[in-house]
Design a protein around this ligand. Sequence first.
Ligand code: HDD
Length: 679
Amino acid sequence: MTSSKNKKDLQLETFRAADEGKPMTTNEGLKLSEDEFSLKAGDRGPTLMEDFHFREKMTHFDHERIPERVVHARGFGAHGEFQVYESMKAYTKAKFLQDPSVKTPVFVRFSTVAGSRGSADTVRDVRGFAVKFYTEEGNYDLVGNNIPVFFIQNAIKFPDLVHSFKPEPHNEIPQAQTAHDTFWDFVVNNQETAHMIMWHMSDRAIPRSYRMMEGFGVHTFRFVNDEGKAHFVKFHWKPKLGVHSLVWDEAQKIAGKDPDFHRRDLYEAIEMGNYPEWELGVQLIKEEDEFAFDFDILDPTKIWPEEDIPVKIIGKLTLNRNVDNVFAETEQAAFHVGNVVPGIDFTNDPLLQGRLFSYTDTQLIRLGGPNFHELPINRPICPFHNNQRDGYGRQTINVGQVSYHRNGLANNTPSVSSPQEGGYEHYQEKVEGRKVRSRSKSFEDHFSQAILFWNSMSEPEKQHIIQAFSFELGKVKSKAVKQQAVDMFANVSPMMAAAVANAIGAIPPQKTEEPKAAKISPALSQLNKPMLPDTRKAGVIIGNQFNGADVSTVLRELQAAGVQTVLISEKAGKVTGTDGTILEATETFLTTDSVLYDAVYAAGGQGISPAFEKEGSAFIMEAFKHFKTIGGTHEGTVFLEKANILNQPGVVSGSDMKQFAGDFIKAVAADRHWSRQPV
Ligand code: HDD
């Protein structure tokens, strides 16, 4: 494993094979003379058992699939590096968090949770954000999500939660969706889900791009320094590009037009050198302040409001290399919350404790035995030695006679290390208690932070939440479940619940008084995050006899600001401007769609046909409906005039090209224009 971007270095790794240009052999290395015809008794005769080549090829193919992940089956990964900004020595002895000059290689896998491996990227779902740091002290996995809380408080309920959102067992419908009876039945019968459901109904569950999502470790972990002093810690990933989402109608259409929308976006960004970046932030609470808050800091359904416990930014993650082979790397990557390094430790969060069992267990079935740590993607970059031996697919050839601890023949090696020598020592937390199966009293408040979340949303975000509830519950068949959901979420906001009840044909809640808005947390609203035009994609509608000089100026300005442009014309290929400028259109209205862009620039062209004009108008109106930036110059302005949208927010036109480009870029950075009126 290496952090290098240089493909030449990678080829030195013995496990990476470049087959191009090489003679074909069997897996045993025998050169083959033929690979199209099986061995037969005569031209028209039966195939012979003797055909070892046919049997090897077919057997391998027949066994090509492994079980997909039971959750997070649909995912996409990339390599990169992590660098800490300043030493975290005061808080943790983790080596990769000490020296700002050290680059730690990482592998990150993003995922949806509910859908199968072949499901669409843009469904409403939580996104996984799993990071493997290949540190010199061993692999550290931060296996998080893009939502900072979880549905349940105790891991023993995880199989129930997952069964409820997976397709229903009697007809295996619906795929990759929570908009069905069993999920909402689980929600209303497990009210600890309230806070997470608010996030799940929010725009966070339909991200625009993996590159534009926050990530969270969710649980409270521990940092331990070299004096043995501990702090409680929560981890945050903050995307440099800000946090952006799709709108629901758009997300559903993209699922059909380009089910690979998110993986394509990440893959292309990295190929183009637009390496996505996130900053790592930590919230820290002293051990002695464990009980200083009005919520239990170990409860995974609670955030630590950033305004009360600030996020200290400590480093940067950059993804700079796509995988060479999705199966070998992304699919075989095995993350485990229990992969820690000295200086990072667990807490008694009962969800975290259960996860510590589940991850290794699932890899045993998914990757077929106990040697999955030897797969190239999972190998640590530091040496590893112990007395574990054998098992399916063992690759290491352990030499020597001794394979047990407490031996004399090998001088009792491999030997254990003291904490000073880097040996992992569990934090010596004092614990005592009776054996009980119960919820801690301090975990009983399910609504305060759901209310905090709702109150912290901007008006458009609130509307989206109401619409999401109305969609999801609108798909539920059971009237009882619908009603229970309305009544449950009246605890968050009776106004919200009444609006949902109205949309889904349920009875409005009895409760009418809004809970007192004691606090809001501005950090929870996406509209308060960085807004940049960088790497946003604008579709450019262009036809022959476009204004060569002017349009070229606009395109240059957009590119300089980092806005990507894709030219869409009547036919793919050359488009000629009035001054002979030739541009290349890569898409037509047949091959692309409005939902695949962040913005539209109608550059026009005197040679645009009426049919093209009609399709262009539909393309623009779809973008308008999705609140996207729309610009027009020259004949392109006619589209906007005809649609009667010229004076609407986020609609830009003009005859001074520099001015126009500047306004357009600003509007793209502002993202969606929510104050737009329907036309
Ligand atoms: Fe989990 C996969 C994140 C709770 C059991 N989980 C998985 C992945 C992510 C998370 C990102 C995909 C990793 C990858 O890309 O390969 N899971 C979370 C978060 C949770 C959480 C942030 C709550 C805070 N998970 C959770 C619980 C359990 C599991 C409570 C069971 C007790 N998760 C699994 C699993 C998976 C998994 C069954 C499926 C595939 C895998 O582990 O490798 O073990």
